[in-house]
Each structure stands twice: as structure tokens, then as C-alpha cells.
Design a protein around this ligand. Structure first.
Ligand code: DAH
Length: 360
């Protein structure tokens, strides 16, 4: 009997100790196989007396059942462990590596950059931003700005007109940002100090003209705004924008229906070897139109010219961007060519500020 107990203890311990299916199979063969220990024990039954056989037979068969059960239970455990180990070692990483951050590849268009730069400069002088729609009425684009009906200046603008609407009104794509002056004066009480950057449209296309281009308008209205202020503002702007310690400017008499007197402004520069430099040289380059707001315009916009006066200017953004960053062909601005954009574009997180630098 004690032999049976000993065998049971040994076999069950061997089963518990088996770490994988192969080891477990070895234990099974060693105990229940043809030459196994339990099989050998069963073979001894034939030589026993019937009484002995009865009790020994029952005990050996009970042992056989116990071992079979333990083998089955252990097999389930080692199989499970094997599966888990396999899953761990054979797992596949289906995630993609993180792409390079977009700040490394995306670029800010030079027009957006220049708009941010001039916004920073004028905001520092206390100007706010005003905006208006690209599709404008004839009234705001021309009439309220003192363009008489049939005046040749209307034709000079090469206007894109829409077909007349049901009410007979003919809308247009604004030819300049000056109608935003009208909208501002109609909606706000003086004192007014705004700049109005935005898209403008004229039927024109060559190396320095595109049908869509950008302007920034400036408007100052109060009781004593005068040309001295205008001159100072434009000079400070040019110095800050072109990042030079001084700029010489030249004011030439000109004509715009909405200003009286009207002037065009040139800045001093030097052209050499296809390059242009500001703050030095003997050449002059026209950059903007300006003047004192015409009393008719003030009146048309609900401002009393006996109480208020002011000045305005309009400047081509694309033009000053080409000058500052040495881009020779305006048409390339709007071709969305990635090579051009990555060469002339700006890094998105380098925000232009007067304190931190505009273009660096
Ligand atoms: N609107 C004019 C143009 O597009 C530019 C301009 C000139 C605007 C004089 C002004 C100004 O506000 O006073 O040619």
C-alpha cells in the first residue's frame, strides 16, 4: 500500500513540475505508458490472491484515475501558458511611427507674413483692423468715395462687374480697399484709427500685376489730424517694415477723387545687380497713394467736415512683399508651387512682433 502512496506522491509532483506539454508527455509515458510505473504495478495484480487483488486493484485503479485527472488539469495550464507566451513574442505593432511635426514642413505664405508684420507695426501705433467684403457695391467702391458717375477714374480701375441683380444693382469685385473706409465711417464715430488689409481685384495680369492682389488701407479721422501726422506714420512704418534705421521719402502731388490734396509716396533706394536696398541710393520707388480725406467723402459717410478731418493711404501689399523679400515675379505668389512656398515661405511659429523681430 505504501508503495502505491509513494508512487502517487512522486507522480503528482512530477506532473506539477512539468513546464510544457513535452515534459508532461514524458511523465505520462513514465507512469502510464507500456513500461510505465503504474502499468508495471497493474501487471503485478495477476500474481496476487483474489483478496489481495480486490483491494490492490481498486487502489491502483484509483491512482491511475487521479494521475489521469492531474495530467489533464496540468495540460490545460501549460497549454494556456504556452499560448500566452507565443502571443507575447509574436505580437505585431500595427501602429505607424509618428510623422514629423507639421511645423517642420508647413510654411506661411509671404503675403500672410507681410500682413502679420504690418498689423504688428500699426497695432503698436494704436490702429485697429477693419475688414469689408470682397464683393462690393458700386456705391461704396466708387460713388461714396467721390468718383462722379461716368468719371474716367472708374474705367482706370479695370473693374470686374457682376451681372445686374433683380433690383438692377450691379455688384463688383472691389478694386481697392478704400470702400472699407466708407464702411468704417458709416459704422463708427470719430476718432477713427484703422488699417484695412485685404484682397482687391482688377482685370490686369503681367509680371507685376495679378487679377487678384492685396492692399492695406489706412484711415485716421479726428478733429486735428493733419499731414504732419500722416508723414510721420508712413515714415515710421517704412523704417519698421524694411527694418532699416532711416528711410528717405518723397511726397509727389497726385490725384485721387477721395483725397484733397492727394499725393504719391516714393521711397529712396538703390538698385544694383537685380537687388534693391532701402535707406540708401539715388533711385526712387513708388509705394503708396495718400492724402487728406475729401470733405465730400466725409459728408457721404455721415461725418461732419466742419468738425472732423483726417487722412488716408492705400498701399500694395504684394508690392512691398516683393520689395522686402526679393521676389521678382508676382504671378508666382498665387501658383501654389511647393518649391516656391518652401523657399520663400516662413516658419509658422515665428510670429512677427516689433519686440521680437519682424522677419527673423
Ligand atoms: N485706392 C487707391 C488705389 O487703389 C489707393 C489710395 C490712394 C488709397 C490714396 C487711399 C488714398 O486711401 O488716400 O489706387
Amino acid at each position: 500500500m505504501s508503495q502505491i502512496n509513494e508512487l502517487e506522491t512522486q507522480t503528482l509532483a512530477a506532473i506539477e513540475g512539468a513546464q510544457d506539454e513535452a515534459a508532461l508527455e514524458q511523465v505520462r509515458v513514465a507512469s502510464l505508458g507500456k513500461k510505465g510505473t503504474i502499468t508495471a504495478l497493474l501487471a503485478t495484480l495477476g500474481k496476487m490472491s483474489p483478496e489481495e487483488r480486490k483491494s490492490a486493484g481498486a487502489a491502483i485503479n484509483a491512482l491511475k484515475d487521479k494521475v489521469n485527472e492531474a495530467l489533464l488539469a496540468r495540460r490545460t495550464i501549460v497549454k494556456g501558458a504556452a499560448l500566452e507566451a507565443r502571443l507575447k513574442s509574436e505580437s505585431v505593432d500595427v501602429t505607424l511611427p509618428v510623422r514629423e511635426a507639421p511645423i517642420e514642413t508647413g510654411r506661411i505664405h509671404p503675403i500672410s507674413q507681410v500682413m502679420d508684420e504690418l498689423t504688428a507695426i500699426f497695432a503698436d501705433m494704436g490702429f485697429s483692423i477693419a475688414e469689408g467684403p470682397d464683393i462690393e457695391s458700386d456705391d461704396y467702391n466708387f460713388t461714396k468715395l467721390n468718383f462722379p458717375l461716368g468719371h474716367p477714374a472708374r474705367e482706370m480701375h479695370d473693374t470686374f462687374f457682376f451681372n445686374p441683380g433683380a433690383d438692377g444693382e450691379r455688384k463688383l469685385l472691389r478694386t481697392h480697399t478704400s470702400p472699407v473706409q466708407v464702411r468704417t465711417m458709416l459704422n463708427a464715430k470719430p476718432p477713427i484709427r484703422v488699417i484695412c488689409p485685404g484682397r482687391t481685384y482688377r482685370c490686369d495680369s503681367d509680371q507685376t500685376h495679378t487679377p487678384m492682389f492685396h492692399q492695406v488701407e489706412g484711415l485716421v479721422i479726428d478733429k486735428s489730424a493733419h499731414m504732419g501726422h500722416l508723414k510721420w506714420i508712413l515714415e515710421e512704418f517704412c523704417k519698421a517694415f524694411f527694418e532699416v534705421p532711416s528711410v528717405k521719402m518723397r511726397f509727389r502731388p497726385s490725384f485721387f477723387p477721395f483725397t484733397e490734396p492727394s499725393m504719391e509716396v516714393d521711397i529712396q533706394c538703390r538698385r544694383s545687380g537685380g537687388e534693391i536696398r532701402f535707406g540708401e541710393g539715388e533711385d526712387w520707388l513708388e509705394i503708396l497713394g495718400c492724402g487728406m480725406v475729401h470733405p465730400n467723402v466725409l459728408r457721404n459717410c455721415g461725418v461732419d467736415p466742419d468738425e472732423y478731418q483726417g487722412f488716408a493711404w492705400g498701399m500694395g501689399i504684394d508690392r512691398i512683399a516683393m520689395l522686402k523679400y526679393g521676389m521678382p515675379d508676382l504671378r508666382a505668389f498665387f501658383e501654389a508651387d511647393m518649391r516656391w512656398l518652401s523657399h520663400y515661405g516662413f516658419r509658422p511659429l515665428d510670429l512677427p512682433t516689433l519686440a521680437g523681430g519682424l522677419s527673423s
